[in-house]
Design a protein around this ligand. Sequence first.
Ligand code: NDP
Length: 449
Amino acid sequence: MQASLEKIEHFISGLKRRNPGEHEFHQAVYEVAASILPFIEDKPIYQKMQIMERLSEPDRIIIFRVCWEDDEGNIRTQRGYRVQHNNSIGPYKGGLRFHPNVTLSILKFLAFEQTFKNSLTGLPMGGAKGGSDFNPKGKSSGEVMRFCQSFMTELSRHIGANKDVPAGDIGVGAREIGYLFGQHKRLTNEFTGILTGKGMEFGGSPIRTEATGYGAVYMMEEMLILKADSIEGKTCLISGSGNVAQYAAEKCIQLGAKVLTFSDSSGFIYDPNGIDKDKLAYIVDLKNNKRGRISEYANEFGVEFYEGQRPWSIPGDLVFPCATQNEISPEEAETLIKNGCIAISEGANMPTELGGIRAFQKAKILFAPSKAANAGGVAVSGLEMSQNSARITWKEEELQKLLRDIMQKIHNNCAEYGRESDGYINYLKGANIAGFTKVADAMLAYGVL
Ligand code: NDP
């Protein structure tokens, strides 16, 4: 154990030296290395072939300038990125994020995580991530369109249905995917599945919009089933109010749970009576159509809005962080534990800080890490790619069942690799090892690349 700890520290100090200042990337690699280095201790071939070292270096990173004109005629300059992390088991696949805090470190962490997540789905997809520091908030649709067209003009040189297939993420929803796909079609004069999350009129898949949020709840359901428990009657804390949060809430409500909170970057609302179907419809309209703030919910339904705060001080059974990275600190994790939470399923990517994960694991609380819990989205994206290749659309019921089955398989796979001697299931360890094995074995097959 001591030898492993030293190896992990040595590995991470090299990573930090090569990637200075990239804290999110260091954090994501640490989280994986802490499971994988002990796992490969008695597997010399992975060590000799330097698989973890190679996996912590992206295949390539593309950085480009994106210029566009705002409504006042000013020329604006943004930075665009695509991190193609690993394509050992399939074409690069991963979302695009448009948010002012996007940095290379954030996209490298997301692309690294995506490689393991995509492997876990069982589908043939490599890992990538991209985006820009462009902030769609407060921009007119014309401005968003011009930005997307300029962004795709460069990105189109680097993607392709068998090469790299981006999708949405924070700040990139149905509207942005439409503009991006349209520009690619115009530039290449080809109609191919180069993006997923498309509208149903132009090659989208049923339930892609719902898949990440639903999947995170299915993962929770599976963990509870193993404990002879269920979601019905539980109270749920949800953060965020975007795509993932909305559909996590919808599924929780369908399964008989009571959703208490929602948030955005300005604060959170707490509705002790529960956010029911009608109140959720209000939030969906507020966020997707009116592009308003979650505080407006408080005025509409007469509940409390907590400005600048996150929902983790409220007592609740089940926790679904669905906003962004590092949104549960170690102190907030302790508060959740003290208030009696029994399980966490991460809808967002890496929402829990390392100290928070340790606190949950120490308290033996069920903890589903993002690479497993939110893999439902990319899984249905993979199915969208299959439908595009075959030029058909599958039935919604068929896809609903496939998503449910994939999440069950991911859960079982993680549980198998993550079971510890005292019976506690370390889902983080299980997800890392299950995701790693397939990619690592493909890399072994290719020799030194
Ligand atoms: P959306 O843009 O639809 O929603 C994001 C939500 O998170 C908004 O409510 C936003 O608030 C809030 N948020 C964003 N940044 C911050 C911040 N720095 N602090 C507090 N709140 C913040 O994104 P998605 O729902 O698609 O994505 C949410 C998370 O899920 C991300 O981590 C993403 O990587 C992950 N994910 C998404 C998938 C998908 O299919 N969409 C797939 C897998 C993972 P505001 O409106 O104020 O900005």
